[in-house]
Write a protein that binds this ligand. Structure first.
Ligand SMILES: Cc1ncc(COP(=O)(O)O)c(C=O)c1O
Length: 415
């Protein structure tokens, strides 16, 4: 029954750019059972990223930011590898509960919470929250008076693709007034959190952010606050089309900064999303049409910005498309399958001549992709196939397929 055993991750060129988690023969094989487009998840890649964080940041607690990819399959894989999960809503923490993650291991980091969300989260037993403004104090006092709180501070970082501090984080002059008001209301602020911005392209930012957090700590301590927690957020990038420093480089800068500015005992946690979920998933998509418009070749593929390429819009991300066709390459336009003109995946990628039916692999498709995909125009978002045994895919025509009860979106290739 089982044939065509193909080793995974063999023969792949390794450089700093993200590489597909499977090769073309494997993609071809899978596409006989699973119609394209589909995402392929490699648990091994998740484990590798977490190991890198663990090895390079000893003592720092890892809370996976599930907003980057909330697939329960990822939560199942990592729940025993990380310290907890960073959620942005009760909806996310409900998924955690479904996969057996205790509320004790959840931090709710949305600085501006809907009241019903806060209430439900507290009922679920979540006891760590983040705030960054005065108004939130009222809500927390009423609905979560015993919670452990972190005050989120804004970080200036011109070297990130998604500037989260444009929306969140107290400015320096706001910090003490917020802390004092929280104290006056009997709330328990345990420390500071920050996020340097997502897809941070400059490791040294972690040094300046930790240095700044130290300044804020000192101001708070002088005002009589007892802080014991620092949350250094996420932001660690992956290399889509540009070679960025390795994850370990970012970790080293952060580790040294923590050692320099927080040498004494402190509860330090981080909320990485992209560096865990980004590289572990590749998209397999198919060319469905080709034409020439104004002298430029246009390829139409079966996934687009309304699907897993949603990160093109929401995450300002530019993905690398990989083909196994040989021949000279030319700049072309690659467009998604919907009848909307915004649905263009790439304008400037160089690809060899492709035909309808050809497969394209897209590495680095795990973070902020399927999480924000829609079913616009009736095109269902791609499902995620989880590779079970990391070193093999076997052809199994009647392969057992387990569909997630919650999302109907992932299948497990059983060995
Ligand atoms: C509060 C918070 N923590 C963590 C993350 C994860 O960030 P990244 O995926 O850049 O690691 C985000 C991303 O938006 C966030 O808003």
């Amino acid at each position: 029954m089982k044939k065509n055993i193909i080793p995974l991750e063999s023969g792949l060129v390794t450089n700093a750019l993200e590489q597909p988690v499977i090769n073309f023969s494997q993609a071809e094989l899978l596409s006989r059972t699973y119609p394209t487009p589909f995402l392929v998840l490699s648990p091994l890649r998740i484990i590798k990223s977490i190991n890198t964080l663990r090895e390079n940041l000893p003592g720092v607690k890892i809370f996976y930011a599930m907003k980057s990819n909330p697939n329960p399959a990822i939560l199942q894989i990592i729940k025993n590898l990380v310290d907890g999960i960073d959620v942005a809503s009760f909806g996310e923490s409900s998924v955690c509960r479904e996969v057996g993650i205790s509320s004790d291991n959840i931090i709710h980091t949305n600085p501006v919470k809907k009241e019903t969300d806060l209430e439900s989260s507290v009922k679920q037993g979540i006891n760590w929250f983040v705030l960054d403004n005065m108004e939130e104090i009222k809500k927390i006092k009423r609905l979560a008076p015993n919670a452990n709180l972190l005050l989120r501070i804004a970080i200036t970082n011109p070297h990130c693709i998604v500037n989260l501090s444009a929306k969140f984080g107290a400015q320096e002059q706001e910090v003490l007034p917020i802390l004092k008001k929280a104290r006056a209301e009997g709330l328990n602020v345990r420390g500071i959190s920050f996020h340097v911005g997502s897809q941070c392209t400059e490791p040294e930012i972690y040094y300046s952010a930790v240095k700044y957090a130290r300044k804020i700590f000192d101001e708070a301590i002088s005002a009589g606050f007892i802080f014991d927690t620092l949350d250094v957020g996420g932001g660690f990038p992956i290399s889509y089309r540009d070679n960025l420093p390795e994850l370990s480089v970012y970790c080293t800068v952060l580790r040294n900064a923590l050692k320099e500015f927080f040498p004494n005992d402190l509860n330090v946690l981080m909320e990485p999303g992209r560096c865990i979920s980004g590289g572990c998933i590749s998209l397999v998509t198919k060319v469905i049409g080709r034409t020439i418009r104004n002298g430029v070749t246009w390829y139409y593929i079966d996934d687009g910005v309304y699907g897993a390429f949603s990160g093109k819009l929401f995450d300002k991300c530019d993905y690398r498309l990989v083909s196994n066709r040989s021949g000279s390459v030319e700049e072309c336009v690659v467009a998604g399958p919907t009848c909307d003109s915004i649905d263009i995946v790439a304008h400037d990628q160089k690809l060899p001549k492709l035909s309808a039916g050809d497969l394209i692999l897209v590495p680095g498709m795990g973070a902020y992709t399927i999480a924000s995909a829609t079913s616009f125009n009736g095109f269902a978002p791609p499902r995620t196939i989880v590779l079970h045994k990391e070193n093999q895919i076997r052809e199994e025509k009647s392969g057992k397929e387990i569909i997630s009860k919650r999302q109907n979106r992932y299948a497990v290739v059983e060995m």
